[in-house]
Design a protein around this ligand. Structure first.
Ligand code: 173
Length: 323
């Protein structure tokens, strides 16, 4: 028998015997990870920094090896992969796994930060929902302070999207539908071609990252104000999480706390991104007065309506701790 097997067997025996689980000196463990966003781009970079932090601080304890991004695994499959243990850890937004966890659609509706939600018990609710329905540990998230916008190739007169075909994900679906748009759901990797071919008149996307994949070349307008808040979540397969030692779990929790502190940098990055969009020739359509009100109210109301229809009690509980 090799040593790894002996250690694993010993750890399992300790756990099943109810003895100090995790106190066994474990070998270094390597988690296999994936990211739903192209490596090197805006919504993958924080996760990559986290991996670097873990690999630097976790020598002899735990390492993460990213086995590929969207080129290797379709973004809408990532939730399933981490749920079933095809990968151990994943960087993915909840909009990409609503097929497994429909209530994940609520995360974008938050008006407070992950730090607020750890302090007020909301994090525990979100984590429990992920563990029970998806078999993953909700380790934490990036994306706080970043809002979503509608980007267009054509002008827009008011808060009315009828006659427009818009690329969507579950993030924007309820809102854009209420405002009359025709919707096409695609992963990020298909947006450029859809714009180039003219099969869409615009797309939903956060304030950050538009220039990453060259979409600015095909984008004429950004509609302001933004709405909702980005959640890009770090999930760990629950069986894998439970198999880790206390030290290994503590390392991951320390790493995610470090990453989450950096969410505050988004306030400055948002401004820099808006400036880059302006330089690239993207004009702002600023909705005002009644249009602005309709835009924001439809976003919030349609968003909460959708999650309340899935599970009214959970929706109410989340609504009170997400603001
Ligand atoms: O538009 C999207 O693909 C999407 O839903 C999303 C969510 C979080 C960050 C970036 C994009």
């Amino acid at each position: 028998m090799n040593r790894k097997f002996v250690c694993a067997t010993l750890a399992a025996a300790l756990v099943s015997g109810g003895l100090a689980a995790g106190s066994a000196a474990a070998d270094e463990v390597t988690l296999r990870g994936t990211t739903a966003f192209a490596q090197g781009t805006t919504f993958s970079r924080p996760y990559e920094a986290f991996v670097e932090w873990i690999n630097e601080n976790g020598k002899g304890v735990l390492q993460i090896q990213t086995v590929g991004g969207p080129e290797a695994m379709p973004p809408f499959e990532v939730g399933n992969a981490v749920s079933t243990g095809v990968v151990d850890i994943a960087n993915v937004t909840a909009a990409f796994y609503t097929n497994i966890l429909p209530m994940g659609d609520a995360l974008k509706l938050a008006e407070n930060t992950i730090q607020d939600q750890r302090a007020n018990g909301c994090y525990d609710k979100i984590d429990a929902m992920h563990q029970e329905q998806m078999n993953v540990k909700y380790l934490g998230r990036t994306g706080d302070h970043i809002s979503f916008h509608l980007y267009l190739t054509k002008p827009l007169a008011g808060a009315d999207l009828s006659g427009l075909t818009i690329r969507t994900t579950p993030v924007y679906q309820a809102m854009f539908e209420k405002l009359g748009a025709t919707l096409i759901r695609t992963p990020p990797g298909d947006v450029y071609t859809a714009l180039e071919r003219g099969t869409i008149d615009g797309y939903g996307w956060p304030i950050q990252g538009v220039l990453d994949l060259g979409w600015d070349e095909q984008t004429k307008y950004r509609v302001d104000p933004g709405f909702y808040q980005v959640d890009v979540d770090v999930l760990v397969n629950l069986d894998r999480w439970q198999s880790l030692s206390d030290e290994q779990r503590a390392l991951l929790e320390k790493g995610i706390a470090w990453l989450e502190e950096r969410n505050a940098e988004n306030l400055n990055i948002n401004q820099a991104e808006a400036a880059k969009q302006a330089e690239a020739g993207i004009e702002v359509i600023e909705l005002g007065g009644g249009d602005k009100e309709k835009w924001l109210n439809t976003a919030r109301d349609a968003g909460w309506e959708k999650v309340a229809a899935i599970d009214a009690d959970t929706a109410a509980a989340l609504q009170s701790c997400m603001r």
